[in-house]
Design a protein around this ligand. Structure first.
Ligand code: FAD
Ligand code: AMP
Length: 477
């Protein structure tokens, strides 16, 4: 069978499905090829993000935080709960329901926008043709004026710790455990390792995180990373830096992990392991050698600033290409590419993409870190405001962390915002808008923030950059 679409998108994750919807909105006859089979054995849209990534992890982070609050913190507010128990299978069911509702919602949006969902695995052929292998192994060929590649990424596996049943799992496996391991080892103190380690720590596991690098969260502003590490240690996350995992073995119901650190070879006995050492792009089934699609040295599809590959009319977006592996980055690339295909001008500001680690406290940032500014030799100023001095954070009895704003000392332009603290994932939106609107410290200083809110800490940090914060003594006076 051969048919002709204006656009075929390969991959229905947050990059691909958003691209498909925007193409359809712009009047383009659009198809999306998606191969995902969900936990219930049914084809599903939404990709990693909706099925085994952003959404299910946030569902479990929310449930586990509520449990931990009820168990450890309600008493601080005068709420007496005689006994609190975690019904983990119910938590998993509740997470699965959220996932099913959201992925079903994307299917509904496809129908409403008249997007054809071609179920199966897509391979790019020359001349913007796409071969699809359906779940029953039948093959079909489709062609389009433009093809958008959005096949995303999967967890990296390491030979030293091969996955095994539900004992040694990747991030997807760690979202499905129906019981709490007594002792858990997380390999990799990146975003995913810290989030999933937090979930199981809150539910009662003893958690050891092994991280090969000496630096903790090297991409995060150092002051914020150091403060976060202190918070996590207080919560009982045992984060060992400079600890490279070399080997593992399963003995009965225990896993033995061998790692090296500055003191030499070490061993750890645990009940379960999460391997969270990063993600790699999905290119193996995407294209054939004769298609000549250019893959870069990191195994990513090579694209220019407009997400064009080396092949005319073939675009690539999301985790498949350079840039942070974040759902919102992929979605915005999807919108931008759809609009470019439809002949619109479009620009995506890669300098104003927020990052968030949804631990407690949450870590969020946008723009430059202080270390980057130092390296550039920039003439910068900074304002820092601790949540300990925020009336709202006090009322919430959740005062860990701070807001830090960095700005150009000459022009006053805000260059970066870094927040560790309650709901920082929501607060960072202020920083994103400030960068997007090329705002200054003075713009934030002259903005009225509601009292009492956590966002007042942003106001105070901006005031602090010029030595005029109200609720803390100013260092720069
Ligand atoms: P994916 O979401 O990976 O989607 C790609 C899709 O393509 C998949 O559905 C796959 O089945 C399909 N596919 C692959 N090959 C083919 C083929 N040949 N033919 C047809 N279909 C194919 N990001 C955030 O921004 N915020 C978060 O809070 C967050 N939390 C995360 C938590 C976890 C545990 C994980 C693992 C990731 C998290 N991420 C988060 C990252 C986020 O999930 C990814 O950045 C995002 O999903 C990338 O979107 P994508 O569309 O490029 O790829
Ligand atoms: P991220 O790429 O943010 O998901 O983080 C993955 C983390 O895993 C990185 O910080 C890596 O340094 C770390 N890592 C990779 N391989 C190993 C290993 N063998 N032992 C311990 N940590 C590792």
């Amino acid at each position: 069978m051969s048919d002709k679409y204006d656009v075929i998108v390969i991959g229905g994750g947050p990059a691909g499905y958003v691209a498909a919807i925007r193409c359809a909105q712009l009047g383009l006859n659009t198809a999306c090829v998606e191969s995902w089979i969900n936990k219930q054995g049914k084809p599903a849209l939404g990709g990693t993000c909706l099925n085994v990534g952003c959404i299910p992890s946030k569902a479990l982070l929310e449930s586990s935080q509520l449990y931990s609050d009820a168990k450890h913190h309600f008493g601080d507010h005068g709420i007496v709960v005689p006994s609190v128990t975690a019904d983990v299978p119910k938590m998993i069911q509740s997470k699965d329901k959220i996932v099913q509702e959201l992925t079903g919602g994307i299917e509904g949006l496809f129908k409403a926008n008249k997007i054809t969902w071609i179920k199966g695995t897509g391979s790019l052929l020359p001349d913007r043709q796409v071969e699809v292998t359906a779940h029953d192994n039948s093959k079909s060929i489709h062609s389009a004026g433009n093809v958008i590649l959005a096949t995303g990424s999967t967890s990296i596996e390491i030979a030293a710790v091969p996955l095994q049943g539900d004992v040694i799992v990747d991030s997807a496996g760690a979202l499905d455990w129906e019981s709490v391991p007594e002792k858990l080892c997380v390999i990799g103190a990146g975003v995913i390792g810290l989030e999933l380690g937090s979930v199981w720590r809150r539910l009662g596991a003893e958690v050891v995180v092994l991280e090969a690098q000496d630096a903790f969260l090297p991409m995060v502003d150092d002051q914020i990373a150091r403060d976060s590490l202190r918070q996590f240690s207080q919560q009982g996350l045992d984060i060992k830096l400079g600890a490279r995992v070399m080997a593992s073995s399963v003995n009965g119901d225990k896993v033995s992990i061998e790692y090296t650190d500055k003191d030499g070879e070490q061993q750890l006995q645990v009940d379960r392991v999460i391997v969270a050492v990063g993600r790699r792009s999905n290119i193996s089934q995407l294209t054939l050698p004769e298609t000549d699609l250019l893959i870069d040295e990191r195994g990513l599809v090579h694209v220019n600033g407009a997400c064009e590959t080396n092949l005319p009319g073939v675009w690539a977006i999301g985790d498949l290409v350079r840039g942070p592996m974040l759902a919102h980055k992929g979605s915005e690339e999807g919108v931008a590419v759809a609009e470019r295909i439809a002949g619109h001008q479009c620009h995506l500001n890669y300098d104003a993409i927020p990052s968030v680690i949804y631990t407690h406290p949450e870590i969020s940032w946008v723009g430059k870190t202080e270390e980057q500014l130092k390296e550039e030799g920039a003439n910068y100023k900074k304002g820092v405001f601790p949540f300990l001095a925020s009336g709202r954070a006090k009322a919430m009895q959740d005062t860990a962390g701070m807001v830090k704003i960095l700005a150009d000392a000459d022009s006053d332009a805000v260059l970066g915002m870094h927040i560790v603290g309650p709901h920082s994932s929501e607060l960072i939106g202020h920083g994103v808008l400030t960068l997007e609107f090329e705002g200054t410290i003075e713009d934030i200083a002259r903005t009225v923030f509601a009292h009492p809110t956590l966002s007042e800490a942003i106001h105070e940090a901006a005031l602090g950059a010029d030595g005029r914060a109200i609720h803390i003594p100013n260092r720069n006076r």
